[in-house]
Design a binder for this molecule. Sequence first.
Ligand code: SAM
Length: 278
Amino acid sequence: MPAIDGLPTLAQVIRTHDLVAKKQLGQNFLLDLNLTAKIARSAGDLTQCDVLEVGPGPGGLTRGLLAEGARRVLAVEKDGRCLPALAEIAAAYPGRLEVVNADALSLDVSAHLTAPVRVVANLPYNIGTELLVRWLSPDTWPPFWQSLTLMFQKEVAQRIVAKPGDKAYGRLALLAQWRTDPRIVLTLPPEAFSPAPKVHSAVVHLARLEAPRFAADGAMLSRITAMAFNQRRKMLRSSLKGMGPDIETRLLAVGIAPTARAEEISLESFCALSRQFT
Ligand code: SAM
C-alpha cells in the first residue's frame, strides 16, 4: 500500500539505501507509518511548533511528524548513511525539514530552532537517559522545549513516572517530576521494531511545568537524592550522614523520620529537606 506522503515504504527505503541496522548506534527502526503517526500525535499540537528529533534513521517518525503538521523538524542524525533517505523526505516537504549530520550529545541545537519547540524522538537506547537528564537540567528554567515525547526501554519509562514505594522510584523520577508532568502514553512490544530489541519499549510524554513543583535548589536536591538513593536500603540518618552531624534534627524539622528509607520519601519532602541546606 502506498504511503500517505507518496514516499516509498520504510522497508523499501531501508533496502534501497542499504540501511543495515548497527547495534552500536542503537538502531531499532520503526517501520509502521501508522505507529509513527500515533507517536507524533501523542506529542500534542505540532502545527505551531518546531520539532527537534534526535536519531531520525530512515525517517519513519520524521514522516509522522511532518504528516501531522509540524511547522518545522530539525532532525539530528549521527549515521551519515541515513542522509540520502532523509533528503527524499525533505524534498517531499519543502522548507520544513532540516537534517544535521551530527552527534546529538555535542550539537548546540538552539541556533537551529525557533520557539515554541517540542522534542520528539525514538532515542538510541545507549544515550537516551543521558539526553533526558540534560534536557531536564538546564541552567535556567523554563527550558528551550515545551514538551519531550520520547521512546525508552519500558524499564526506563517506569523509572521516570514511578511514585514513592514503587520498585522503580529513584533519582530519575524525582528529577523528571520536579519540573515536568510525565506520563506513559504508549507501550510497544519488541516486534514493533526492526530488528526487534530484547525488551518492551514505552513512549513517555513529559510536559514542562512553568516553575518547579516545589521550591528547591536543583544542585542541592540532586546532591541529597544521590546520597539517599546510592544507599537506598539504608535509613536516611545513615545514608545522609555526609550532610552534617545535625542530619537527624533537619530530617525531623521537615517531618521525615530519620529511620525512613529513600524509597518512601516524596518529592515534596526531598525538596523541603534540600531547603534546609540552602
Ligand atoms: N527514528 C528512527 C525510527 O524511529 O525508526 C530511528 C530510531 S533508532 C532507535 C536511533 C537512531 O539514533 C538511529 O538512527 C541512530 O543512528 C541514531 N543515533 C545514535 N546515536 C546518535 C547520536 N549520538 N546522535 C544522533 N543520532 C544518533
